[in-house]
Design a protein around this ligand. Structure first.
Ligand code: IPM
Ligand code: MN
Length: 325
């Protein structure tokens, strides 16, 4: 009997996405696992061509697959009528509440678990006062805070048994207050963990100091709200080897499709020049393999990525990784 292959949707997106995703695809194909691939479109280029950044067919393709490997999309700084970031739509559509962002290098080895559905990403923004006042609503719910903390605790159990809850409850007494209280409540279900808490500003400083000192024992798993996790994970990437090796996963409830993406953006300045480091996309593919139950293959790909430097050419680095495997 032949095994039914696991279906993966590949979305290049914009800019270097069109280079790093094909690089990851060639590596995945070389592994000879029971995987099948389909391609779908999304991004600003797709929006300009079709009027839709995330066409219905793409959503359907994602829904029909076990996992999505997503490149990057270009998001304009200003409002463009009808455009919204496809990665944000995917996270929301599939309720991918858990954003996993590991960072490893310079003595640090941590996993940032970012709440992925609410907070300052609630899209509840408005202007008042004839355009002189702009207001963003930061939505925090006990439900989302509890489920992200639970996911973070489970990851901490698989790692070094340490969890740090990062917030700004000294100022944001209601929103971060609820997040903090809920998280502190949930961690009681995990007595095997050492739990600490910290403020986002001081956490950023300590992380930078630790990287300069090569001290890696402070943070293991960090759980935090959406925008804090966004910023802290870029900081962590910068401190541990840069965006070229920063992968991420967007995970929902059991059985829902997972979306795996490099933390980096579309990098239009180097797009089309075969310069982008494909390792962030390939490390994201490694997270995807582990999520799909191909633990050994995933660990092998990850080890190869950390052991192989980027040669400066996307294709050559991908080929070196394939050869290493
Ligand atoms: C990320 C990105 C996205 C985010 C953008 C592209 C909407 O910065 O995945 O970290 O803010 O979440
Ligand atoms: Mn970001």
């Amino acid at each position: 009997m032949t095994e039914t292959p696991v279906l993966i949707t590949l979305i290049n997106g914009d800019g270097i996405g069109a280079e790093v995703i094909p690089a990851a695809e060639s590596l995945l194909r070389a592994l000879n696992l029971p995987l099948a691939f389909q391609h779908a479109d999304a991004g600003f280029g797709t929006f300009e061509r079709t009027g839709d950044a995330l066409p219905r067919e793409t959503l359907d393709a994602c829904a029909a697959s076990a996992a999505v490997l997503f490149g990057a999309t270009q998001s304009p700084m200003t409002k463009v009528a009808g455009y919204s970031s496809p990665i944000l739509t995917l996270r929301r559509h599939f309720d991918l509440f858990c954003n996993l962002r590991p960072a490893r290098g310079n003595g640090l080895d941590m996993l940032i678990v970012r709440e992925n559905t609410e907070g300052l990403y609630s899209r509840r923004e408005r202007v008042e006062d004839g355009g002189q006042t702009a207001i963003a609503e930061r939505v925090i719910t006990a439900r989302a805070s509890a489920r992200i903390t639970r996911a973070a605790c489970e990851w901490a159990l698989r790692r070094r048994h340490k969890l740090t809850i990062i917030h700004k409850a000294n100022v944001l007494k209601e929103t971060c207050g609820l997040f903090r209280e809920t998280a502190l409540d949930v961690v009681k279900e995990f007595p095997a963990l050492t739990v600490e808490e910290g403020l986002i500003d001081s956490a950023a400083m300590l992380m930078a100091q630790d990287a300069l000192a090569g001290r890696g024992d402070r943070y293991d798993v960090i759980v935090t709200t959406n925008l804090f996790g966004d910023i802290l994970s870029d900081l962590a990437a910068g401190l541990t080897g840069g965006l070229g090796i920063a992968p991420s996963a967007n995970i929902g409830a059991q059985g829902s499709v997972g979306v795996f993406e490099p933390v980096h953006g579309s990098a239009p300045d180097i797009a089309g020049q075969d310069k982008a480091d494909p390792r962030a996309a390939i490390l994201s593919a490694a997270m995807m393999l582990e999520h799909l139950g191909f633990a050994e293959a995933g660990a092998g790909v990850r080890a190869a990525c950390y052991a192989t430097a980027h040669s400066g050419s996307t294709r050559a680095t991908a080929e070196a990784l394939i050869a290493a495997l």
